[in-house]
Design a protein around this ligand. Structure first.
Ligand code: AHR
Length: 515
């Protein structure tokens, strides 16, 4: 009897040792010379005329008591500069295909109004227009990404916009720009030819849109002849692979800089759930929808490979992020939602997917920057706070323009209600100074995860870490507790003879730096 107890004890010990061993996820870094550079534009943002994004968000007007530069809040400019925001997409979204840019130039008091058909039916006065936006981008050191109106605009209108913003010679549009106070052109590089042409952009078929695209692209001249403008096609709705196939087949590659993809992490479009008050099941379903991004960029990329094996045309995921019900008591057309640790985990895992597909994904725009959907900044009158998603974007900014280090590993599962998702998400890069960054996410809500990475061949010895975590998944930064969630020094790792052993707590995001 005693003997069998001892055997049982030994077996139990043995099996828990095996289990403990199994919990270590071995990540292999492939330090190859051929790997692509992670475009900084993967870390792009989006500002639509929607709810309190522009008016009451970015733009308070130059007579406001809130400190501002030409009407744009100084606190937002400062926060976005600290984020090293590489590009900003504007003016939409669905709004773009209703927007007539000439309504937003010249003396503000003479500008016509516009009713925002898509977002709350509000009437706006066009006081934030082309000059305001492009000057803001200059102040931020960010590339502007203008979305042109194809749905309700004309070819001439879009061609004129390009001439207005980009031509330094004498022309009707550059004369008009100068009359409006701006001598040098802004030289806008990124141009979207419509938005969601399959939906709010005109309910077009892929074939019809491909024809429209060719026409618009032809007349959007690169005025300075520098090869400096990138024309971007309105891309598919999530997994509409036929859309990408038709565009790639019908648009000559030399007319196409990028093809968009829009994908929102949503539980169910009819029952999106609250942004803060959510269950583990809702968390799981949000993550499941978000992680679909891996499949989307892989499959859209494979279609593009058939027509463009050299990967000249980029995937531009120009709208991504979580979409919940609007915060209770707010205008349903304004898409205002809070931002919790769920959003931080989602952002970390999605950005790892983009990094790991840097050969084809060369731009992405989080929807949206201020006060809309998965915002990085929220405002309430004079108050401004940054969200957990802001912190993740800032932690990950170290990957901008660094060389991707491809990773291979078998993720452990995060299991809920009999369904599984990969619990661990990783990407890594090496910058021009030889500094290594490894970003890691643990999606599991209950179990910590231990990861082992051999780093002895990377030529770096000293590691430091930063973590974003909080006691509860539902935690968020409010206007009363703006720093509830913020980054902290991470000490949960050891370097054992060139092997890093990292233990990440549940629902946390970590970035390690090796020098
Ligand atoms: O980001 C909000 C909206 O989502 C955009 O206006 C539209 O392009 C998408 O459907």
């Amino acid at each position: 009897m005693k003997k069998s107890l001892v055997v049982l004890f030994a077996l139990t010990l043995c099996s828990s040792f095996v289990l403990a061993q199994n919990k270590v996820t071995v990540v292999t870094l492939q330090n190859t010379k051929e790997s692509p550079t992670i475009s900084k534009h993967i870390y792009g943002h989006f500002a639509e005329h929607l709810g309190r994004s522009i008016y009451g968000g970015f733009f308070v007007g130059d007579t406001s008591k809130i400190p501002n530069t030409n009407g744009v809040r100084n606190d937002i400019i400062k926060a976005l500069k600290e984020l090293q925001i590489p590009n900003l997409r504007w003016p939409g979204g669905c709004f773009a295909d209703t927007y007539h840019w000439k309504d937003g130039i010249g003396p503000k008091e003479q500008r016509p109004t516009i009713v925002n058909k898509w977002w709350g039916g509000t009437t706006e006065d066009n006081s934030f227009g082309t000059h305001d936006f492009l000057n803001l981008c200059e102040a931020l050191g960010a590339e502007p990404y203008l979305s042109g109106n194809v749905g309700s605009g004309t070819v001439q209108e879009l061609a004129d916009w390009v001439q207005y913003t980009n031509f330094s010679g004498k022309s009707p549009m550059s004369d008009l720009r100068q009359k409006n106070g701006r001598t040098a052109p802004w030289k806008v590089k990124f141009w979207g030819i419509g938005n969601e042409a399959w939906g709010c952009g005109g309910n077009m078929t892929a074939e019809y849109y491909a024809g429209e695209y060719r026409k618009y692209a032809t007349f959007m001249s690169d005025w300075e002849n520098t090869g400096g403008i990138t024309r971007i096609a309105s891309g598919s709705n999530s997994a509409d692979y036929n859309w990408t196939e038709v565009l790639m087949k019908n648009i000559p590659l030399n007319m196409l800089g990028g093809v968009g993809v829009h994908h929102y992490a949503v539980i169910d479009w009819n029952k999106k759930g609250d942004g803060v008050d959510f269950t583990e099941n809702q968390y799981f379903q949000t993550m499941k929808s978000a992680l679909k991004m891996e499949e989307l960029v892989t499959k859209h990329g494979a279609i593009m490979d058939k027509y463009d094996p050299e990967k000249k045309v980029a995937i531009m995921v120009d709208e991504w992020g979580a979409w919940y019900e609007v915060e209770k008591g707010t205008n349903p057309g304004f898409l205002y939602q809070q931002n919790t640790m769920r959003d931080a985990v989602l952002a970390g895992a999605t950005l790892n997917i983009f990094n790991n597909h840097a050969d084809r994904v060369r731009m992405a725009n989080l929807a949206q920057c201020v006060n809309v959907l998965q915002a990085v900044i929220l405002t309430d009158k004079a108050k401004m706070i940054v969200t957990p998603t802001y912190h993740v974007m800032k932690m990950y900014s170290v990957h901008q323009e660094a060389k991707l280090i491809p990773v291979t590993f078998q993720s452990p599962n995060y299991t809920f209600n009999g369904e599984t998702l990969p619990a661990v998400s990783v990407s890594a890069s090496k910058n021009n100074n030889g500094t290594i960054h490894i970003s890691l996410v643990n999606l599991d809500t209950k179990n910590k995860n231990t990861i082992e990475i051999a780093v002895n061949e990377l030529g770096v010895k000293n590691f430091t870490g930063t973590i974003l975590s909080s006691a509860k998944l539902q935690d968020y930064n409010s206007f009363d507790t703006p720093n509830k969630i913020t980054t902290n020094t991470f000490k949960g790792f050891e370097n054992k003879n060139g092997k890093l052993q990292i233990t990440i707590p549940p629902f946390a995001v970590v970035v390690l730096e090796g020098k």
